[in-house]
Design a protein around this ligand. Sequence first.
Ligand SMILES: [Zn+2]
Length: 191
Amino acid sequence: MMKIVFSALFVLVATLGIVNLIADDKEKIIEVMKEKPVQPAGKVEMTDEEWKEKLTPEQYRILREEGTERANGKVYDEFKKQGAGTYYCAGCDAELFTSDEKFDSRCGWPSFYDPSKAKNVKYNTDFHLGYARTEVRCAVCDGHLGHVFEGEGFDTPTDKRYCINGTVLKFVPAGGDSGGAEKGEKVETSN
Ligand SMILES: [Zn+2]
C-alpha cells in the first residue's frame, strides 16, 4: 500500500517538474505587453512586502536591492531580438526608454544612449565596486535600473551608455500601443 502511495507521489512530483520546465521555457524574462500601460500619476511608494508581492524575486533583487542580472544571459538575447518599441519600468510602469535610443554596445546588458522620458530617470553616485559609478534609478518608484557611463567612444548622439538590467523592463512592441499612447500622455503630471 505504502509503495503505491509513494509511486503515485513520485509520478505527481515528476509531472509537476516537467510542467514547470515547459512553463519556464516559454516564459519571457522581459515581460511583453500589447498596450502601453497607464502612466503613474505620481510617485509610486510601496513597502518591501508589497514589492515582494508585485515583483518576481529577480526583479525585487535588482530594483529594490541594487542587484545586477547575469551578463550575456537570456535577458540580453531577448533584448537583442526585440524590434521597435517602448520600454517601461517593471516596478511602476513609467516609460523609460524606446528602441530609438537602443544601441548594441556588446557589453552583455541592454544599452541605450539616452532615456526617452528624462524626467522618469534619476541619478545617484555609488561606490559598490570601489570607484564612483553613476547609478540610474526610476524616478517614479525609486527602483534601481543600472548604471550610465560616459565618453567611451560609442558612435551615438550622446556617447553615453545606459547599461540597464532588462529584467526590470517591460516591453511594448511598436504598433501594439496605438490608441493607448495618447491616453497615457495625458495622464502625465508635473513631477
Ligand atoms: Zn519605476
